[in-house]
Design a protein around this ligand. Structure first.
Ligand code: ASP
Length: 326
């Protein structure tokens, strides 16, 4: 009887200490970072209403992504959903608020990448797809290709059952005025959107969506749908989404270069991203990146006057930033 009691006590102690150990386990980390474009965004040119509208939309996007991640959803789902919010808003140069080309058309680019398996999908120059980020995801998941362009990409999106819209959908007075003036305020040229996320499973993903640059030559493709330039993700290093003068971001292979510095030179996320944005500046380009790694570190360097950006971590508190000194 005595032996039995001793064994029972030992078992109870063992169970208690195991449950304590389980409780002491650190919380699962997850985080999401977004951008809504970089450019000459100065407080002196901003009205209180405009600033509030941007912050509210950024916050909405962060919260939508958070909801997915906190309930155990994937980084890919969070990235796509967070980008949808910004694509559907006229505030950003993506989806609804896309800028016009020199031919008065709207030609949209988008890309998405899964850091867990290096799968990627992108579309370039689509004219009828309401949410190009979803078309990019369909390319990744439903074909063995990486990049579909022009009419073929529009047709593919339609076949996949995506929402198709007429050219009027992308008309916004603000962007139309910008193309009429040609020399629009620099601020009007920007507004690309992007998102990077880390999910509870430890996977990271990146996505970017844009209307390109105001007055771009029709047919021009920027950095956004070029995997390794405007968009990249690899669980071993980082997930990156860029915004800025795309031609320079292509030439500097920005997103992959950040990943490569981490992989081959063992740079930290901050050091690698700052270094590459510096390189873009030396070439003459302007803009920035948002980045995350599998440990949940984030970085958001830019060399322009401002960048709409924000992040949310497992504590659920959204942070939105616009200006350099925010
Ligand atoms: N990078 C985009 C492009 O060149 C534009 C932007 O981010 O504002 O198409």
């Amino acid at each position: 009887m005595k032996i039995f009691n001793n064994n029972l006590v030992a078992i109870i102690i063992l169970v208690l200490s195991i449950s304590q150990f389980i409780e002491a386990k650190p919380k699962e980390k997850f985080a999401l970072v977004i951008h809504g474009g970089a450019g000459t965004i100065l407080k002196k040119n901003m009205t209180a209403e405009k600033e509030a509208a941007y912050r509210a939309k950024l916050e909405e996007s962060l919260k939508v992504g958070y909801k997915i991640l906190s309930s155990g959803g994937t980084a890919l789902d969070a990235v796509e959903a967070a980008i949808h919010i910004m694509e559907d808003s006229p505030l950003f140069n993506a989806g609804k608020g896309a800028v016009f080309t020199n031919a008065g058309t709207n030609e949209l680019d988008a890309a998405i990448m899964n850091g867990a398996n290096l799968k990627a999908g992108a579309v370039a120059g689509v004219k009828t797809v309401k949410n190009p980020i979803t078309a990019a995801r369909k390319v990744m998941e439903e074909t063995w290709h990486v990049l579909l362009a022009g009419e073929g990409a529009d047709k593919f999106a339609e076949e996949q059952g995506l929402e198709i819209v007429g050219p009027k959908y992308f008309y916004t007075e603000r962007r139309w005025k910008a193309i009429q003036k040609r020399k629009s305020k620099e601020e009007e040229k920007y507004g690309t959107v992007g998102c990077v996320a880390l999910d509870k499973q430890g996977n990271i993903a990146a996505g970017t969506s844009t209307g390109g640059m105001t007055n771009k030559r029709w047919g021009r493709v920027g950095d956004v749908p070029i995997i390794g330039a405007g968009t990249y993700a690899n669980n071993e290093t980082c997930a990156v989404s860029a915004t800025g003068t795309g031609e320079y971001f292509i030439r500097a292979a920005v997103a992959h270069d950040i990943s490569a510095l981490m992989e081959y030179k063992r740079y930290s996320l901050i050091k690698a991203s700052k270094k590459v944005i510096q390189k873009v500046g030396i070439l003459g380009g302007s803009g920035g990146v948002i980045c995350i790694d599998a440990k949940g570190n984030i970085a958001m360097p830019f060399n322009s006057k401002g960048m709409y950006r924000g992040y949310i971590k497992s504590d659920g508190k959204p942070v939105t930033l616009i200006y350099k000194n925010d």
